[in-house]
Each structure stands twice: as C-alpha cells, then as structure tokens.
Ligand binder design. Structure first.
Ligand code: HT7
Ligand code: ZN
Length: 899
C-alpha cells in the first residue's frame, strides 16, 4: 500500500454543496442512491473529479443526467477519476453493499441484527463513491427505507423531517442535517431499539430533545449516560460558551465497535462499554469512563464537527483538543483540588505508560504526523494524549483566560471550515499577542524531551539558581531535534515544608509573590535565578506535570520523602512517592538479576525471590514503607489520593525505566515489594479496609468512589499475604458485594490467590452474568491478567464458547489483555506467548484489520527486551510478516517494527 505524505496536500478539485442519499436497507444487499451537486474548486490545481470507493459494487454512475461508462472514468484501486468534468456537476451514483458480511466494522455493517455505520476515517467510501476527505464539507439529506418490523427505528444525522409507511411492510424516515459536514461524520442506525429521552433546556432558553438508544432489556442502564450528556452540555456552555446547535441529540449504543465512540453530527454512536451502566454490572471506573467518553463525543460537536480537520494529518487538531476538554470536564465534575489531582495523576500515568513508550518505539510519530500508510493506525496515544498535553501547555502558558480568548478567536475565524493545527496555534497566539512560533515544534518533532535540572544555593546572595537543559532522543526519520518551548512549573519549599514566595528579579518584595512560577525553557540550556531565598530550599519541579517531558533532578531519598509529605502540589507529592518506590524496585530488580535467579524463579518458586530479597526490609525499604504508612494514616488526605499514592508503579512503567527489559525480574521484584509492604502495614491496611466501607445504596459520587478504591487497594495488599484471614476477607466481600466494583475487586484478588473458594466463585460469576456481554468481558480479562494464567490457560479460555474473534470488546478482553496486561506470562521464555500473539494477529487480520493492527502493536518494544526474548519476539514478528495477504493496517505496524 502507498505511503501518504502531509506535504503533498492538494485541495480537492471539486467541492460538494449538497448530498441526497436514499438507502434501501437489507442485510444481504443494501442499495444506496446518492445524488450530489459539485462545483469546481477555483483554489485547486487538481483538474479531475476524484472520488473514492471500495468493497462495494458500483451499479450505476450518471453525470449531469448522462450515464457514464468505464471509458468515461479511470478506476485505480480505491480512486475513481473523471477527467474533463464540467464546472458544475450533478452526480448520481448507485451502489450495492453487503452489510452482513462486513466484519471490519467500517462503513455500513450489521451488529446483532441492527444496522450501524462507522465512517471515520475513511468508511464512507465503503458506502458510496465520494470525495471522502475531511476538507469536503456538504449538507446532507438522507432517506432511509427498511422493513418496519425488523427495523422499527430509523435514525440519521440532524433533524427528522418526515416518516411514514411505504405499504409493503416497509417504512421510511427522512432526515436533514442543517450543518455542512465532512463525510466522516455521516451516520445511520436502523434496528429494533428503545430509548430513554428527556427534554433539556439550554442556556439560551431553547428546548432540545436528548435520547439514548439501546437494545431491548437495557433501558435500566442508560441513566448515567443521560446524566453525563446533560452535564457535558452544561459544562460546555459555562466553560467555553459553546451551545448545542441542534434540536435533537442522540446517542446509540452498539455491541460491536472498533473504538470507544464516534461523534457523528447529532447521532453519536457508542461502544456499549461507554453507555451501559448500573451498579450490578458496572464498576466505578466504568461510571467514570462513561462520563468522560460521553463528554468527549459531545465536545467534538464544536471541536471536530463545527471546525474540522483539513486532512487526517491534522487529526490532533480535534482529538488532542477534545481530550483536553474531556479531561478538564472530568476534573471540574469532581470539583475538589485533591480530586483534580487524582484525575491528573491518572492521565499522566496513561501518558507515561503508553505514550512515552510509543514515542520511544518504532511507531513514534509527531502529534501531527508527516506520513502514514493506514490512517486507522494513527488514532494513537500520541495524537490523543500527547496532543492533549500540547493543548494544556497553551493554557499553562497563557492562563485560563488567555486560553479561552484563543478558543473564542479560533471559532470566530474558522466556524464551518476544515483547518490545520497551525490555524489553532495562530488563534492562540493572536488572541494573546504572543509569539508561539517555536511552540510549533511540539507538533512537528516526535520523541519525549528530557529536561535535566541542577541547582545551586548561595546563602550570601540569598539566591537559588536553577539550570535547566533539554534534549530529545532521535526517533525514526528524525535524528536531530531543535529545542522545544517548555513550560516548567516550579515551587520552592522551605525547611518546614511551606512554599516560599518566588521572586525572579532581585529585590523582589511584592507582598503577593506567587508560590509557583512558570519558567519558559526555550533554549538547550537556561539558567533561572530566584532571589530573596532565605534558606536552601527543596525544589518542586514540573508541578502538576506542566509539560510532557521526562524530568531528572538528583533528589536524595530524604528530599523525596520530604516532598511526599509536604509539597503543596498534590501531583508532585504523588510523584515523589513514585520516584522513591521506583528506586527501591529497580534496586530489587538488579539484585534479582545479580543473583541470577530469574530463570529459576520463573517457574513460580518463591523461595529464590525470598533469598534474593531478604524478608526483613533494608533501611531504604523501611524508609519507603514508613512514608507509605504516613500516607495511609493521614486522615487529612482524600481516600482517592491515598489510593494512588499507595499504588506502586506498574510493571510496564518499570520496563520503561530500564535500558534492557527483564519482565520476570520486574514482576518478581514488584511482587516482593508488595508482599513486604503488606506484611509491614498489615494492621494499617486492615484498619483502612474497615474504615472505608460504603454502606447503603451504591453511588458513583467522588467520595464513595475514593473510599471504595482505597478499601479495595487495602484488600489487594492484604491478599498478598495469601493467608486464611485474607481468603476469608475476599470471599466475604465477594459474597456480600452489592455492586460490581466490590465484587470484581474481590474476585480479582481471589483469582490471584490460593483461596479454596476461587474457582467456585469464578464459575458462579459466569453463570450469573452470562447474558451481560460487558460483564463477561470482565470475566475474561480478570483471568487473562491473573498471575497464574499461562499461555496454555489463555488458549483454553479462547476455546470457551463465549469467546469470539468477531467482537472487538471480547478480543480486547482476552487476547489483548493477556498480551499487554500479563507481561510475566506473555514473555514466557519458550516464546509460546509470542506464538499465541502471532496466531491471533493473523487470524484477526482476516476479520478486522483495525483491531488486528492494535494487537500487533504489543510487540513495539521488542528491541528493548533481554535475550533470548528479543530473538523470539523477532521470530514471531517475522512469522506475521511472512503471512500472505496481510492488511495494510497490520503490514504498516509489523514492517515499521522490523525496520
Ligand atoms: N473520532 C472517533 C474516532 C473513531 C474511529 C476511528 C477509526 C475507526 C473507528 C473509529 N471509531 C471512532 C473517536 C473519538 O475520538 O471520539
Ligand atoms: Zn475524539
């Protein structure tokens, strides 16, 4: 497949004004008649009328009333070119599709007997031949016709104009979207669905209709999505003055979906995972995710739909910005400072664990990529999460008000247009009179910048000098990087742990001196001098993670413990604890490797670990455990914050800290430290467990969620003891749980223990929830990621009648969960995990290339692994590469990995 380059962008030869579509829906053969009016684009050098289409039958094509024959156009792959077309064109195209055989879930497909579409990024071209590119925006009118009994509900974008019977058992619905949109935002849904609906009053006094559509039997699971939608609408009105522009806004849930959700204009289509919730089936995390994804898709209505992307290289224009908006929404919904900090910590954890790894691997690409083979492979954590960090940095540099001014100017300039990341940056700069030229490098340079800090205190001069230097490692195709514009938020703590007032100029005595300064690092190396510093401070650097960089500073253990206890920036309090824990864990890993015990211990012999890691904590370990005890007992800290502060860095995080990854040593070291912590803090954990019960009816409010998280963390530590008392605790929690959060936490702990009652409860869980697909996904995941689940066991699970490759959620719940969430077993020294991976990538590719390509990415970091794992990973990659007829999706991932 060809590579597409950003710098080869050419405006479309023709623009589309109006599209009228008629669908005769049938699972085996759907007929689509499309009439479009087009005009030549005076701003384009392209002379031909270019349409895209594939995987359908072209029945007829007429131009200005005359049928075209193959001699009138050139069909080359997905491209249909009509040369010498007149300036004004009416195109009438009829296509025939087979939705029930469409397993890729792109274009028009059938899920559980109902019709759905997914057109982003290039699915519309599987419905009809069209200039399917985001810079072609048109108004759509859509007529849907289908059997009334089987498909009583017919939905499309915009407003319902008319509906009625056709006489022959079929009926119709006519929809009109008043807004111009790119084809990727087109959607239809047809099926036997039911909805929860509410009238909602907007700030401007207009009443709108909100609907959440689901399959029969799920109406008891829609309230939270509806509440989240209403909260999202309010939030966008209040924070950005952005109003809902339609009379009707619909959310539809579908069980087969490649991603989380899709922001089609007025007709958002969601993975059921991000809609359906009640206390019986959904965890606190599910409740949180639903709110965040509902918000995300709703916010796209302005950032993505009203103003869209000129081309797919600009994807982060809408995705980075909308992730930033949904993160801010979630933080505002929690309200408290500490709750906000926990949200920030969670977001940064994702960024570091997945995006930093992506930036350091073979698929590294800038936030605005320069090239791609398959655009579906670029819905990445770099485009989304790093893109959001880039947007956040504007807000850090310009302040909230400055950022809002930039947003207002962006909409004033570009409403109804398809634009670029440069246009967004220009709006931010112009609205604030700032030069943000250098900031462009965040969009064009891949890789995670490293900032290292050194400091010097001069007691005589009362100055504290901070020197910051930056560098960025090479990434594929980008050997050398130029300095970034990095906002570094800094505070200084005095010896009692209080923030010092900051003076960046001599003789500063402003009474209101700030206690956090935003230093702007723009050169390779820069020095910043703080004046009137009365004693040698401990610096708190990169507060609230003010830039997506790796920051190093030679803190002593004592300084980290001090920051952990006193920093007024809760993010950095957490960060200090993570740094301390990482140090202890890496020492343990080294010890294990030195004792050369990894090979023997892999078989599950704990004794070797114990000999390499004494049962009695070393002085350094004792200091860490002491600090954790302080956090656990600190009643002034929110339970949610205590939970994140007491969680050790994940195995994946630790892998990223190592030059050569030894997954088994990492696993053993982390386990050993967890056991040590559990032994030393047994009483405190028990007390915490009992003190954080949430009796009464379930509620997903932040306080209760925090308490459950802390209680269940205490449970998971206690379960490391694997004794009778802990078995009893988890069995009791499982048996008496009144919500899925507690039930799943108990079952997860049980599955990782030797408790006698574990298999019985695992079976009961399946029986009780076998009709709830989302819960069965959890059942697969908790086993796929359990410590004792080896490759043979995961293969056995894949033979379970409830497993299928057709459903992306199910594939992710078992295959992806095992390959990415159970590193100690996946990296079995005999390479059997890699063989399993290769088999599933190949099998899945024939069904759903997009999901297969996501699975393929599990091997991204293969070059970092210790031998013989590295060699065996390479062999598995080559096995996939050699497989005939791979999709472009998988081919791109595998070939970049092996390059
Ligand atoms: N904008 C949506 C992207 C999306 C998608 C892309 C490719 C294939 C399937 C897809 N489903 C949804 C999701 C979002 O960011 O809101
Ligand atoms: Zn999005």
């Amino acid at each position: 497949p060809p590579t597409i380059y950003r710098n080869q962008y050419v405006p479309p030869g023709y623009l589309v004004e109006q599209v009228e579509m008629g669908f005769d829906l049938d699972p085996a053969e759907t007929r689509v008649a499309t009439r479009s009016t087009l005009v030549k684009n005076p701003d384009s050098p392209e002379r031909d009328l270019v349409l895209y289409g594939h995987e359908m039958r072209l029945v007829q094509i007429r131009m200005n009333g005359k049928e075209l024959t193959p001699a009138d156009y050139r069909l080359d792959g997905e491209t249909l070119r009509i040369p010498n077309a007149p300036d004004q064109v009416t195109l009438e195209i009829e296509t025939a599709l087979n939705p029930e055989s469409n397993t890729s879930l792109m274009g028009l497909y059938v899920s559980n007997g109902n019709f759905f579409t997914q057109c982003e990024a290039e699915g519309f071209r599987k419905i009809t031949y069209f200039p399917d590119r985001p810079d072609v925006m048109a108004k759509y009118t859509v007529m849907l016709r289908a059997d009334k009994k089987r498909y009583p509900v017919l939905l499309s974008n915009g407003n319902l104009i008319e509906q009625g019977d056709l006489g022959d058992g079929r009926h119709y619905a006519l929809w009109e979207d008043p807004f111009k949109k790119p084809s990727y935002l087109f959607a239809l849904v047809a099926g036997d669905l039911v909805c929860q609906e509410e009238a909602f009053l907007l700030k401007d006094g207009r009443e709108v209709l909100l609907q959440v559509w689901v399959e029969h039997g799920n109406l008891d699971k829609t309230q939270h999505a509806m509440d989240s939608l209403k909260n999202s609408i309010r939030w966008d009105e209040e924070r950005f003055n952005l109003e809902l522009d339609l009379d009707r806004f619909m959310i539809v849930a579908v069980g087969d979906f490649n991603m989380g959700a899709m922001e089609n204009k007025g007709l958002n289509i969601f993975n059921t995972k991000f809609v359906l919730a009640n206390p019986r089936i959904a965890t606190d995390i599910d409740y949180f995710n639903i709110e965040s994804v509902v918000g995300h898709e709703y916010f796209h209505n302005w950032t993505g739909n009203r103003v869209t992307c000129r081309d797919w290289f600009q994807l982060s224009l809408k995705e980075g910005l909308t992730v930033f908006r949904d993160q801010e929404f979630s933080a505002d919904m929690i309200g408290t400072d500490s709750g906000r900090a926990v949200r920030r910590i969670d977001d940064v954890r994702v960024l570091r664990q997945t995006q930093f790894a992506e930036d350091a691997g073979p698929m590294a690409h800038p936030v605005r990529p320069d090239s791609y083979i398959e655009i579906n492979n670029f819905y990445t954590v770099t485009v989304y999460e790093k893109g959001s960090e880039v947007v956040r940095m504007y807000q850090t540099l310009l302040g909230r008000e400055g950022f809002n001014r930039g947003m207002a100017l962006y909409f004033e300039r570009h409403d109804g247009q398809a634009v670029t990341c440069d246009d967004f940056r220009a709006a931010m700069a112009d609205a604030n009179g700032r030069d943000l030229t250098q900031f462009e490098r965040w969009y064009s340079q891949a890789g995670t910048p490293h900032v290292s800090a050194t400091s010097e205190y001069d007691g005589h001069a009362r100055t504290f000098t901070l020197t910051l230097s930056q560098s960025c490692p090479p990434t594929p195709g980008q050997e050398k990087k130029l300095p970034f514009h990095i906002p570094v938020a800094v505070g200084l703590l005095d010896s009692s742990g209080r923030d010092m007032p900051l003076h960046l100029a001599p003789h500063g005595n402003a009474p209101e001196a700030p206690t956090t300064a935003i230093l702007e690092l723009t050169e390779e190396r820069q020095t910043f001098v703080f004046h009137e510093v009365s004693e040698c401070p401990v610096p708190s650097l990169l507060r609230n993670f003010s830039a997506p960089v790796v920051l190093s500073y030679e803190y002593t253990d004592a300084e980290l413990a001090f920051l952990m206890e006193h920093d007024s920036d809760p993010f950095n309090r957490w960060e200090a604890g993570q740094r301390l824990a990482t140090r202890r864990l890496l020492v343990l890993v080294d010890k294990l490797l030195l004792a050369d015990s990894v090979a023997q211990t892999f078989d599950g012999e704990d004794a070797d670990v114990q000999s390499a890691t004494a049962r009695v904590p070393s002085a350094e370990q004792a200091a860490l455990i002491g600090a954790l005890r302080g956090t656990l007992r600190h009643a002034g800290l929110d339970p949610a914050f205590r939970e994140v502060a007491l969680s050790l860095p994940s195995e994946t995080m630790l892998s990223e800290e190592m030059d050569v990854i030894h997954p088994h040593a990492i696993h053993r070291a982390r386990l050993a430290l967890r056991r040590m912590i559990a032994e030393q803090l047994r009483e405190e954990f028990l007390e915490t467990y009992h003190a954080n019960q949430t009796p009464g009816p379930y509620s997903p409010d932040p306080q209760s969620v925090g308490k459950r998280a802390l209680k269940n963390l205490a449970l998971s530590y206690l379960c490391e003891l694997d004794d009778e008392a802990s078995h009893e605790l988890m069995e009791r929690q499982y048996d008496h749980a009144t919500n899925m959060t507690d039930r799943l936490a108990a079952l997860t702990a049980l599955v990782n223990s030797r408790a006698a009652g574990r298999q019985d409860r695992l079976n009961r869980f399946f029986e009780e929830f076998k009709h709830e697909a989302l819960v069965i996904d959890k059942w697969f995941t908790l086993q796929a990621t359990a410590r004792g689940t080896d490759v043979a066991a995961v293969r056995e699970l894949a033979r379970h009648p409830a497993f299928t490759l057709r459903n992306p959620n199910r594939v992710r719940s078992l295959v992806l969960a095992f390959c990415s969430g159970n590193p100690a077993q996946f990296h079995a020294p005999d390479g059997s995990g890699y063989a399993f991976w290769a088999e599933y990538v190949i099998a899945l590719d024939a069904i759903n290339p997009q999901v297969a390509a996501r699975l393929a990415r599990v091997m991204d970091r293969w070059r970092k692994y210790a031998q013989p794992l590295r060699e065996k990973m390479r062999e598995a990659l080559e096995r996939v590469a050699a497989s005939p007829s791979l999709s472009g999706d998988v081919l791109e991932v595998i070939s970049k990995s092996l390059a």
